[in-house]
Design a protein around this ligand. Structure first.
Ligand SMILES: NC(=O)c1ccc[n+]([C@@H]2O[C@H](COP(=O)([O-])OP(=O)(O)OC[C@H]3O[C@@H](n4cnc5c(N)ncnc54)[C@H](O)[C@@H]3O)[C@@H](O)[C@H]2O)c1
Ligand SMILES: O=C(O)[C@H](O)CO
Length: 322
């Protein structure tokens, strides 16, 4: 019976189905991530791993598992925690979950934009503190979403889904991407521009790139300073795509009006972090893909691909197929 180690329990019936298929499924029992030493111990002898974005799936982990490790099925679309080259060299297949989570994540990104721009959380806290005494023409004003200009950085699955939502609010869509996307441009009336132009023209900027050496701190002090006065930044990509210190400075001293963040650097964000003291920063704990159906379908996807590899079939969502 081949052993599969899973670094967190998964929603839905997928792991039960894996057991019924004859696999020894060992699941880390805690809600929090396994500490590194425990992880290196628990992967030993596994033919397959189901990993999460917090698990550093590097050469050390792969070697700790042993030469029988055939597949790492990552429970996310982002793969910046997986050393793909190390997997390739060891003949280990790496799969992930593209597409299934696109709409859930785009929904949350747009929710963060609306909440940050129109000060929803700030208003809620104002009411809960008992400060709501009267209606006033200038209470909690914020930039309108409809007919505004939104810049999408990274125009792939989620970036385009976000743009579709923006079109529903009659927004003008600008996008910065390494390659032109003519079909999406036509469908969304989107305009491809250089990043600097996007930052100068957009009322709102939403980040949807993977974390790569090129996108690491892509939004640095210089680029944040190029944004329009009163702009709003939304990040559901990866926390490290933004320089956190520079973000805080842009919020405190301009040009940023507000920020909506589902990912941060560091992550998790400590409760005493200065970002959380800013009244117009809305932070959610990396829940972009946390749709009820989405997370169950992600579990089905990772277990189906893991079984495919272990049973000698081609997986549907391989990022590395040695
Ligand atoms: N917050 C969440 O819970 C959550 C959920 C899903 C995905 N994500 C993040 O979103 C990312 C995107 O997911 P996706 O499915 O849309 O991926 P995707 O591959 O479909 O799209 C990414 C796009 O970014 C572009 N890109 C890469 N480097 C770039 C650069 N330097 N400048 C401009 N564009 C660049 C790519 O060309 C591609 O079009 C994931 O890698 C992950 O990090 C976060
Ligand atoms: O990369 C991803 O898929 C998210 O960050 C987690 O769902």
């Amino acid at each position: 019976m081949e052993r599969v180690f899973v670094t967190r329990n998964l929603p839905g019936p997928a792991l039960g189905e894996l057991r019924r298929a004859g696999y020894q499924v060992d699941v880390w029992p805690e809600f929090t991530a396994p500490p590194r030493e425990a992880l290196l111990e628990r992967v030993r002898g596994a033919a397959g791993l189901i990993t999460m974005l917090e698990d550093r799936a590097d050469a050390e982990l792969m070697d700790a598992a042993g030469p029988q490790l055939k597949v790492i099925a990552q429970y996310s679309v982002g793969l910046d925690n997986v050393d793909l080259e190390a997997a390739r060299k060891r003949g280990i297949v790496v799969t992930h979950t593209p597409g299934v989570l696109t709409d859930a994540t785009a929904d949350l990104a747009f929710a963060l934009l609306a909440a940050a721009a129109r000060r929803v959380v700030e208003g809620h806290d104002y009411v809960r503190r008992g400060e709501w005494k009267t209606w006033h023409p200038e209470l909690l004003l914020g930039p309108e979403l409809h007919c505004a200009t939104v810049g999408v950085v990274g125009f792939g699955r989620i970036g385009q889904a976000f743009a579709r939502r923006a079109r529903g609010f009659e927004m003008k869509v600008l996008y910065a991407s390494r390659h032109p996307k003519p079909e999406a441009e036509a469908a969304l009336d989107a305009e491809r521009v250089e990043l600097d132009e996007l930052l100068a023209r957009a009322d709102f900027v939403s980040l949807h790139t993977p974390l790569t050496p090129e996108t690491h701190r892509l939004m640095n002090a210089e680029r944040l300073a190029r944004m329009k006065e009163g702009a709003v930044l939304v990040n559901t990509a990866r926390g490290k795509v933004v320089d956190t210190g520079a973000l805080l400075d842009a919020l405190e001293h301009g040009p940023l009006f507000a920020a909506g963040l589902d990912v941060t650097d560091p992550e998790p964000l400590p409760a005493d972090h200065p970002l959380l003291r800013h009244p117009r920063v809305v932070v959610t704990p990396h829940i972009g893909s946390a749709g009820m159906r989405t997370r169950r379908r992600m579990a089905e996807m990772v277990t189906h691909d893991l079984r495919a590899v272990l049973e000698g079939r081609a997986p549907k969502h391989a990022a590395v197929l040695p």
